[in-house]
Write a protein that binds this ligand. Structure first.
Ligand SMILES: NC(=O)c1ccc[n+]([C@@H]2O[C@H](COP(=O)([O-])OP(=O)(O)OC[C@H]3O[C@@H](n4cnc5c(N)ncnc54)[C@H](OP(=O)(O)O)[C@@H]3O)[C@@H](O)[C@H]2O)c1
Length: 229
């Protein structure tokens, strides 16, 4: 009798405890998986880029656009304002000279969150206008801090040269929308070199020739092949 009790204490009881621990663990692991699967995983905010280049890849002369194309400007306006979610806004991210080249009465660009990069201007952060002195910090603030992370649909990188170059090398870079004007101007700033092997042409713009004010241009959009991969 004593021996049976001893066997029960030494073998059956610990086994029972082990089974209970295993059952508790597996139900909490199951609960954890269930919780993870119902959690909303925040989507990445993409960075798109929009530019108009001349026949020599030039984008500016004496801190302004060397051409005056109202229809092409409308394409810039509508493209950077449009959102799929009406509750959200897009960002226009630009360098200080680009900001200064916008006539005072038109800036900040309406219906968009304007973000200016400058190492000289004083830092400023408000709901719709920011001045920051570092590209990566700007992306971090816009994508990970409120009220921006949940309000921003797309970051539109609108140049100039250094801001474009940093954007082209950034993992969030997605679409490149480019207007190619078929005439050379006397420009002093160029769009950075693009490795077109990394991009795939889309068919959202048909790329047909558009004539405006005696100039001919085409509009095409490309998506970075490795975006989201
Ligand atoms: N054709 C087009 O599609 C197109 C597009 C955009 C612009 N543009 C034209 O291009 C011209 C401006 O281009 P841009 O290349 O000369 O100048 P920009 O990029 O607009 O401005 C350069 C300035 O931005 C600031 N900046 C740039 N990168 C920065 C960084 N990583 N961190 C902090 N600050 C940074 C610096 O400002 P601080 O000196 O204040 O430190 C720098 O001097 C304008 O004429 C504009 O009209 C044309």
């Amino acid at each position: 009798m004593l021996c049976a009790h001893f066997l029960f204490d030494c073998l059956v009881l610990p086994l029972n405890i082990l089974i209970r621990i295993r059952n508790t663990l597996s139900s909490s692991v199951f609960a954890l998986f269930r919780r993870l699967s119902t959690m909303t995983i925040p989507k990445t905010i993409p960075m798109n880029m929009i530019v108009a280049v001349d026949a020599s890849n030039g984008i500016a002369k004496d801190n302004s656009l060397p051409w005056h194309l109202p229809q092409e400007y409308k394409h810039f306006q509508s493209g950077t304002i449009k959102t799929n979610d009406p509750a959200k806004k897009n960002v226009v991210l630009m360098g200080r000279k680009c900001w200064e080249s916008i006539p005072t009465k038109f800036r900040p660009l309406k219906n968009r969150i304007n973000v200016v990069l400058s190492r000289a201007m004083p830092r400023e952060i408000s709901d719709d206008f920011l001045v920051l002195n570092d590209f990566d910090e700007a992306i971090r603030i816009l994508t990970t801090t409120e009220p921006f992370a949940s309000r921003v649909e797309t970051i539109w990188n609108v140049g100039g040269k250094e801001v474009y170059a940093l954007g082209l090398a950034h993992p969030l870079m997605k679409d490149l929308v480019i207007t190619r004007i078929q005439k050379g101007f006397d420009t002093d700033v160029a769009f950075p070199e693009v490795d077109w092997e990394n991009f795939e042409r889309n068919d959202d713009f048909d790329g047909k020739e558009i004539e405006e004010k005696g100039l001919v241009y085409t509009i095409n959009s490309y998506t970075r092949k490795t975006f989201g991969k």
